[in-house]
Design a protein around this ligand. Structure first.
Ligand code: ATP
Length: 314
């Protein structure tokens, strides 16, 4: 049986607003997500056993049942038991290039790749929305990772509304290698500090969510106005992550001091990105920030916006 190699891109948040609490214990969010070219590579092979086996080249990625790529394969085996019985177990090989626990949806995109890979391997012919429904059972960012591109994400992040592609922008992405931020910690801390700002009823949540649709960033994206996009970046979680991690604040400031379109922390952090208009500019900013911060623990990448989510290589 043939194997599948999938490219699983990371995402950044151009916008992340926390609107309130949901009855299911998750936060009600209004976000704009963007796929980027920085990606993991996932290979899926039938292994002729009854087991799902996982391999990864990154020491911080768990290789047990807590790995979200494993959970994605398990979910598919439970949903389509006749296929699992017919085709047997699989080996999942993760070539991890996306930094871990960085606010870049590294795990979520691996899970999305496994769903798409098994759909192909088992000839299921699932539609994008069927794949996204399964994805929502695994995590809030997984549905976005299936289709990728540029999209408004509301609800827990699983209600998606695509926006026009923005394939013209570059970014310099930075993260301290030894620093990871737990998404759960960031949201819990935000709730402890800012619960009084939460919308309490569904109509207010709806109203605030709709405001994003008619807001400056969506209009800037529609008009491909890079300068306005840079000025409209927003992330509520900076309010808790930056005070807790002064070196992230310092990194954010180092970008802010450069000639860039805008800078923001992605998701729950601690990765920070700076938007620029060209590759040459990205290289200059990367060199300058590297020199200013001068810390061997700081990793920097140059990447660009990507118009798609998971793609199949072979
Ligand atoms: P998100 O932006 O979706 O909240 P993140 O980018 O902040 O996620 P991940 O890289 O997905 O964070 O990692 C979060 C934690 O999930 C890690 O600390 C790791 O232990 C665990 N994990 C489980 N499966 C994976 C996976 N396939 N890749 C990376 N981390 C994984």
């Amino acid at each position: 049986m043939r194997s599948y190699t999938l490219i699983a891109p990371a995402k950044i948040n151009l916008y992340l607003e926390i609107l309130g609490m949901r009855p299911d214990g998750f936060h009600e969010l209004a976000m704009i997500m963007q796929s980027i070219e920085l990606a993991d590579c996932i290979e899926i092979n039938a292994n002729g056993t009854d087991n799902i086996r996982l391999h990864c080249n990154h020491p911080e990625v768990p290789l047990d049942r807590t790995n979200i790529a494993y959970r994605a394969a398990k979910l598919m085996a439970e949903q389509f038991p006749e296929c699992f019985a017919k085709f047997g177990g699989i080996d999942i090989e993760i070539d991890k290039r996306i930094p871990v626990a960085a606010g870049l949806a590294g795990g979520s995109t691996n899970a999305a790749a496994v769903l798409i890979g098994l759909d192909l391997m088992w000839n299921l012919g699932l539609t994008q929305s069927e794949l996204q429904e399964l994805a929502a059972l695994l995590g809030s960012d997984v549905p976005f990772c299936i289709a990728g591109g540029t999209a408004i994400a509301t609800g827990r992040g699983e209600i998606l509304s695509p926006l026009p592609d923005l394939d013209n922008l570059y970014l310099v992405l930075a993260k301290y290698r030894s620093l990871g931020v737990s998404t759960a910690w960031a949201y819990t801390t935000y709730r402890e500090k800012f619960a009084d700002t939460y919308a309490c009823d569904t109509s207010t949540i709806q109203e605030r969510s709709t405001k994003l649709n008619s807001g400056a960033l969506v209009s800037a994206i529609a008009h491909k106005d890079s300068k306005k996009i840079g000025k409209s970046l927003y992330n509520d979680l900076e309010k808790v992550v930056l005070p807790a991690h002064p070196q992230v604040e310092q990194l954010r400031q180092a970008f802010q001091n450069q000639d860039i379109l805008g800078t923001m922390m992605s998701g729950s952090g601690p990765s920070v990105f700076a938007l620029v208009e060209s590759l040459t500019q990205a290289q200059q900013i990367k060199n300058q920030v590297e020199t200013t911060i001068n810390n061997p623990d700081l990793d920097l990448w140059i990447t660009r916006f990507r118009p798609t989510g998971i793609t199949v290589e072979n």
